[in-house]
Design a protein around this ligand. Structure first.
Ligand code: 5GP
Ligand code: MN
Length: 343
């Protein structure tokens, strides 16, 4: 986003605007944090903003300021469509292609004739927005929203609610400030967000220390299902629909589980396969350490994508067939896997 585009955006917001803010389907902490930060920013600066999420978001995010005001496109379809119809400007946050909101909402967004602005840190953004602020080197969309407000000379408009939302997204997308994408700039921004009213200890508690008994039991099942392929530095976990049902699965309960597989000494590629009988698909999360790109792997074989070290994908075959497919492909990557990361 160059300075001419920033000027145009400033011009755009020189009169009151109706803004809709959209995260990707199954939004995570970064997507929800970015959307709600924008919601608070525009509503406190003379505009009117609504967040329309494609579907529900995890319980561990339901404490975020104004999260209850978010419309869900699947279950609040009429309100969501009205908001989109009436909008002047739509922000697309934390995703790089329209299909990431799901087919129904994609169709609605494709009819929108106003201005799209995309802010995202995933690779290869589609050319769907008039203004695209894309930077794959930045750890989180929330950090990009901070830089966006900086470009608009609006850092002084960051309220405690905005600071809380941005802190949450940066924290969750960096694995609590530990992934290599975490820079000194990230830490300086985090310090500023604490100064502006983000209560860091409370945010960590809300996100990480509000597990249900069922969620921890499901984690136990996931860990006992862990399979290690030492000679390929790979580990994977499969959770069937019956595993999920047994522990009263709630959205978000499997978030972060794949990282336990990656935490094994010597493992640089970790995968979790999760069966979803209702949608008739297997949802897959890929994580890696070092140069082995799970974005490329997910794009090439599992209908997905993401970042070099964190990506998602899906299949529409059975859980067993998905795992077989994965195990058949894996040896092709032996050299890359063995040379990806030095301890
Ligand atoms: P997760 O495994 O947590 O669902 O996703 C990991 C990362 O990859 C997230 O940043 C997520 O937004 C991204 N991602 C997940 N699925 C897809 C996909 O199908 N396409 C693309 N481009 N990114 C994805
Ligand atoms: Mn993100």
């Amino acid at each position: 986003m160059n300075s001419k585009e920033v000027k145009e955006i400033q011009e755009l917001f020189s009169t009151p605007k109706k803004v809709v803010v959209v995260p990707h389907k199954n939004p995570d902490g970064d997507a929800m944090g970015a959307c709600l930060a924008m919601y608070h920013y525009f509503n406190s600066t003379g505009h009117s903003a609504t967040v329309v999420s494609p579907n529900d978001y995890p319980n561990f995010l339901k404490w975020l300021p104004a999260s209850r005001q978010v419309y869900k496109f699947d279950s609040q379809n009429r309100q969501s469509k009205n908001a989109i119809d009436e909008a002047d400007i739509i922000f697309l946050l934390d995703f790089n292609a329209l299909h990431r909101v799901g087919d129904d909402m994609k169709n609605t967004l494709e009819c929108f004739s106003g201005t799209f602005i995309m802010i995202d840190h995933h690779q290869q953004p589609d050319d769907v927005a008039k203004y695209i602020y894309s930077d794959t080197s930045i750890c989180s969309t929330c950090q990009m929203v901070y830089h966006f407000l900086e470009k608009l000379e609006s850092l002084s408009a960051i309220t405690p609610a905005i600071a809380t939302c941005l802190y949450t997204g940066i924290m969750t997308d960096t694995g609590s400030f530990r992934f290599p994408s975490t820079t000194s700039t990230t830490h300086r921004i985090i310090a500023d967000l604490i100064d502006k009213g983000a209560n860091n200890a409370k945010i960590h508690n809300h996100v990480y220390d509000t597990n249900s008994y069922g969620r921890l039991q499901l984690l136990g099942r996931a860990l006992s299902n862990l399979v290690v392929i030492e000679q390929l530095k790979t580990a994977y976990i499969a959770l069937s629909q019956s595993d999920l049902d047994e522990f009263n699965y709630q959205k978000g309960d499997t978030e972060g589980v794949v990282n336990y597989a990656l935490s094994l000494k010597g493992i640089i590629f970790a995968v979790i396969f999760i069966e979803d009988s209702e949608q008739k698909l297997i949802k897959i999360s890929f994580r890696s350490k070092g140069s082995f790109s799970v974005n490329k792997f997910a794009r090439a074989h599992f209908n997905g994508g993401g970042h070099d070290n964190a990506a998602g994908g899906r299949t529409e075959i059975s859980l067993d067939a998905t795992i077989s497919k994965f195990l058949n492909i894996l040896p092709q990557y032996k050299n890359e896997l063995l040379n990806s990361y030095e301890e």
